[in-house]
Design a protein around this ligand. Sequence first.
Ligand SMILES: NC(=O)c1ccc[n+]([C@@H]2O[C@H](COP(=O)([O-])OP(=O)(O)OC[C@H]3O[C@@H](n4cnc5c(N)ncnc54)[C@H](OP(=O)(O)O)[C@@H]3O)[C@@H](O)[C@H]2O)c1
Length: 354
Amino acid sequence: MPRALIIGGTGLVGRAAARRLLDTGWSVDVTGRDASHLPSAIADTTFTTADRDDAAALRRALGGGVDLLVDCLCYTPAQARLLLPLMDDVGSTVMISSKAVYVDDHGNHTNSPVAPHFNGPVTETQPTMTAGDGDFQTREGYGANKVAAENLLLDSGAPVTVLRPSKIHGAGALRPREWVFVKRALDRRPAVFLAARGAGTDHTTAAVNLAALIEAVAAHPGRRILNSADPDAPSALEISRAIAHALGHTWTEVLLDETDGNALGAHPWEARYPIVLDMTAAATIGYVPVGDYATTVVDEVDWLVQQVKPAGTGDGAGGVRLPAGLDADFFDGYFDYPREDRYLADHHPDADAG
Ligand SMILES: NC(=O)c1ccc[n+]([C@@H]2O[C@H](COP(=O)([O-])OP(=O)(O)OC[C@H]3O[C@@H](n4cnc5c(N)ncnc54)[C@H](OP(=O)(O)O)[C@@H]3O)[C@@H](O)[C@H]2O)c1
């Protein structure tokens, strides 16, 4: 039985990858800092406590070697360097990077103050940010460090595949962006508000599609870079509709012309120009996506719903709450219901006020 080790295997990407590999005949080990975070969905993996920056712990987790190493926690060149001594005992490696590395003709990227404007779907040959090694937890540092980590691993000459996902959705997300629509559907809100008329497209990546690509890479090891995104690239309006449909809710769509992120109708997929990843290269190694956005987003929606009170009961004036342990701060400002109600009373007096 082939064996895989997933570094950071209890999170959003790790759990989807583990489940996919287990279901296709692999034995899977995962690392993290806390065994109690091992999701029941992947209880049939072996968990090892290993801090990402602890070389000895990584070596212990590797044991006698693995056919596949998946690193979900490679953010810096220093972290990439820690993998190099392990490579002799690894059949092939997958490093999870990000589409945040890509720059447009003016050097703008998805974390720039100025929105990037790509000339169509972005392929893996698109220029990237310059490699850097400052603080990776800054808007400029995130992509620059990812580039440096990618380069270091690819330059090693080992069979390393770098995967560049976009906005990932799935069960286990610390920051489940879809909550902006899931919550308002569970709260049975009469309307959804969408800035820039919901036209924004920032490509989605289902964790299960990324996992399918990891499995395809495992079957075809190689030194390369591949994008990872859903077969469709839904707009925010399409995302809101997919979620309302999944939760059996209907609402009035209030499409606003404002594009200011602080305006009513803000959502996490705002993009001044479409950000779409080209998925041609992945197909050449036999990757077949599990499904489109509307099909795959159900995983995350169900996972969220299982953790909150049943739809319709609400939880005080603010409605249902984000499940414990998730990044509540991220959602500050997305649910100004009193302001929405005032807008509806002024502009859509026919909308059911809930
Ligand atoms: N999420 C996105 O939309 C997105 C988009 C593009 C690229 N990416 C990339 O995808 C990769 C995976 O992201 P993710 O969303 O799956 O992350 P995640 O859900 O936060 O999962 C992180 C995992 O690593 C463990 N962990 C965290 N810090 C650790 C440390 N210092 N030492 C050991 N284990 C640690 C966590 O478990 P414990 O907390 O229990 O340790 C968990 O298993 C990242 O490299 C990210 O750059 C993500």
